[in-house]
Design a protein around this ligand. Structure first.
Ligand code: F6P
Length: 346
């Protein structure tokens, strides 16, 4: 019997279990067994896995998170250990006679997959995941739609309380390098200003939008701000300590902005940080279906020996893209889209 492996790495996101279930079910159809490596690359380095079958993935489709666990382990982090780690990974591949490894992750986890492929692990297939939707070469990553709906509902709810109190409500939304969730939730929820990492905006400009609204009798405002928005040109961070992939923990831009806006406009201002609420809970139907399609197609790539590729969504088709192309650069919000959103500011 042939064996394939699967791992989920990086920040969790709704829809991961749909991929795992789809991989196991599609692999079983070929008569293959699936090993689920635990906690991302950590499970590969430590040969920590659980055998998955139809029963063990039954009932997981509507569940958020990942039954395999996840971590931000990076085998390429420490230059002095890379050779040793690659040998360990090779022995895990050999010991388990892995026909293929399906790697489900975002820029970091798939970045490792791409390097491993370059370094001789030729039987790897990638599946794009992240609520941030910032992975290149795919129209959407699963997880994004769920996060977007959660953020939109939050903006809807903030509207009624903002209006009752004549307040500015700042809502801080996830998005480290790209503002996809803030932009689309802001558009869907009718935010009055949307602030994203890609686009600087001066505090005085934000204040003048709020004041212009007030002069029209709209004495409340909703400001959607991505956590990676650079207030006064700088990231607002929780800690300066970088993780295994060199990212610092962002957070706090909403509170800081709220305090500046209150002082400058005279409007009472509150901040809501959506944080990990955007990553938790049940995936939307869109994310479940996309995760399922990605999982099924990933196993089909294995069957066709189509290695070194990532499954991706183009229009309504699942198409292969080279892993190295997918991780070359992040997919940022394009100018035209932000300019369109600006039509609705104020
Ligand atoms: O990459 C997904 C993401 O949710 C980002 O939007 C956010 O900055 C980061 O992960 C948070 O990571 P953690 O769960 O480690 O706090």
């Amino acid at each position: 019997m042939e064996t394939i492996g699967i791992l989920t790495g990086g920040g969790d996101c709704p829809g991961l279990n749909s991929v795992i279930r789809a991989v196991v079910r599609r692999a079983e159809k070929e008569g293959w067994r699936t090993l689920g490596f635990r906690y991302g690359w950590k499970g590969i380095l430590e040969n920590d896995f659980r055998a998955l079958d139809r029963n063990s993935v039954s009932g997981i489709l509507p569940k958020g998170g990942t039954i395999l666990g996840t971590s931000r382990t990076n085998p390429y982090k420490d230059a002095s250990k890379i050779r040793q780690d690659l040998e360990k990974i090779r022995s895990v591949f050999d010991e388990n006679k892995l026909k293929a490894l399906i790697v489900v992750g975002g820029e970091d986890t798939l970045g490792v997959a791409s390097k491993l492929y370059r370094d001789g692990f030729k039987n790897i297939v990638g599946v794009p995941k992240t609520i941030d939707n910032d992975l290149s070469c795919t129209d959407y990553t699963f997880g994004f739609d769920t996060a977007l709906n959660i953020a939109t509902e939050a903006i809807d709810r903030l509207h009624t309380t903002a209006e009752s109190h004549d307040r500015i409500m700042v809502v801080e939304i996830m998005g480290r390098h790209a503002g996809w969730i803030a932009l689309e939730a802001g558009l869907a929820g009718g935010a009055d200003v949307i602030l994203i990492p890609e686009k600087p905006m001066d505090v005085d400009e934000i204040c003048s939008i709020v004041k212009r609204r007030a002069s029209r009798g709209r004495t409340f405002s909703i400001i959607a701000v991505a956590e990676g928005f650079k207030l006064l040109g700088e990231d607002v961070t929780q800690t300066k300590e970088p993780d295994a992939f060199g990212h610092v923990r962002l957070g706090g831009v909403g509170e800081r902005l709220a305090s500046v806006l209150e002082k400058k406009t005279g409007f009472e201002t509150r901040c809501t940080v959506l944080g990990h609420l955007q990553r938790g809970g049940s995936p939307t139907a869109f994310d479940r279906v996309l995760g399922t399609r990605f999982g099924v197609n990933a196993v089909e790539y294995v069957k066709e020996n189509k290695f070194g590729y990532m499954v991706s969504l183009r229009g309504n088709d699942i198409v292969p893209v080279k892993l190295e192309d997918a991780v070359k650069e992040l997919k940022k919000v394009p100018d035209w889209y932000y300019e369109m959103a600006k039509l609705f500011f104020g």
